[in-house]
Design a protein around this ligand. Structure first.
Ligand SMILES: [Zn+2]
Length: 332
């Protein structure tokens, strides 16, 4: 059983050491450290120390391109976006948006530099966190727009479909976006694999054209991938825990069946409303029932440190997670 939690917001190594011990006391055997562009530029040496102290405490280490290029999930800003206006996604209103284009060669080159630095930290596994094209519902989004219509995307689309880039977001545009996300990931994952590190992919819990995530099987089949999963966070989406977590856990388990992939499910440990903490036990039970043997919590201590997404009772969330993890830690 692999049990983990994400960790961010603190770069003081002696306190990280205390918190890693706390994670082990809550029966975690791995940690996901965020490695944002801020970390990439200013904390590279510190991140090595943080990874080392995590290993020394007995934890495996994943590392996450948190908010990098704003192509991945995470509450972190992007320097790449500020300094590379030529490599941004362009929306249907004709203007750029603060998200790098994952088809742009300069962003892909930057990602390779990020991978080199992530590998240098000594982490065991790179965690590809919610890769996506521009989504209007995310911070900085503009209503009734879609992307990407940058020159690189237009050129790639026209080469693939032998027709001009459409004015509307047609089915072909959606297929192009999905294959672009896959192609981008494959390039990053293969590169990471050749550097001797593991790869984990976490898709947004969506199966629709709006997110260009329709054919999950094509993502699960990326060569060099070791862990495949999703993060069916139910509290904010007003979804019923049993249905939502159950559906995605079974889907992930099914896609991993008969492959070497480990199925991973993320449990929502942020913005947990007061009085609904017991749903965490249901979510974990249901994922385990579906055959998932790799579970992780976003985030350490119920996200107590970040007011924007803190749970109403973060201590209670963390306590329940500790109890659940203790109960399942020896499952095969
Ligand atoms: Zn583009």
């Amino acid at each position: 059983m692999k049990l983990g939690a994400s960790y961010f917001g603190n770069r003081i190594v002696r306190y990280v050491a205390q918190d890693m011990k706390n994670m082990v006391d809550h029966h975690c055997n791995y940690v996901i450290h965020t490695f944002s562009e801020n970390d990439f530029h200013f904390y590279r040496g510190t991140m090595k120390e943080i990874v080392k102290v995590s290993h020394d405490t007995g934890l495996g280490v994943y590392i996450d391109p948190w908010g990098v290029g704003k192509v991945f999930g995470g509450e972190a800003f992007s320097d790449f976006v500020m300094n590379n206006p030529h490599a941004l996604q362009v929306l249907s209103d004709g203007k750029p948006v603060g998200v790098a284009c994952l088809n742009h060669p300069d962003f892909r080159a930057f990602m390779k530099d990020w991978i080199d630095a992530a590998v240098e930290t000594g982490a065991d596994c790179l965690f590809w966190d919610e890769p996506h094209f521009y989504l209007p519902s995310w911070m900085g989004g503009r209503q009734n727009t879609w992307g990407c219509l940058c020159a690189v995307c237009q050129q790639k689309f026209e080469a693939k479909f032998k027709k001009p880039f459409p004015k509307e977001e047609t089915e072909e545009v959606v297929a192009f976006k999905e294959s672009s996300i896959r192609d981008f990931l494959e390039e990053m994952i293969v590169y990471t694999h050749t550097l001797g590190k593991k790869n984990a992919l976490c898709l947004l819990p969506m199966e629709d054209a709006a997110h260009a995530l329709v054919h999950w099987d094509t993502f699960a089949s990326i060569s060099g991938l070791n862990v495949f999963g999703t993060d069916p966070y139910w509290y904010g989406r007003e979804k019923e825990v049993r249905k939502f977590v159950g559906h995605f856990s079974r889907k992930v388990a099914q896609l991993c069946k008969g492959t070497k992939l480990e199925g991973q499910i993320w449990i929502q440990g942020f913005k947990v409303p007061a009085g609904r903490e017991e749903e965490l036990r249901t979510a974990i039970d249901i994922a385990v029932e579906a055959g998932i043997r790799n579970l992780a919590l976003w985030s350490f201590e119920g996200c107590a440190l970040m007011s924007y997404i803190r749970s109403d009772n973060p201590e209670k969330v963390w306590e329940i997670i500790g109890e659940c993890f203790e109960k399942i830690k020896d499952l095969k």
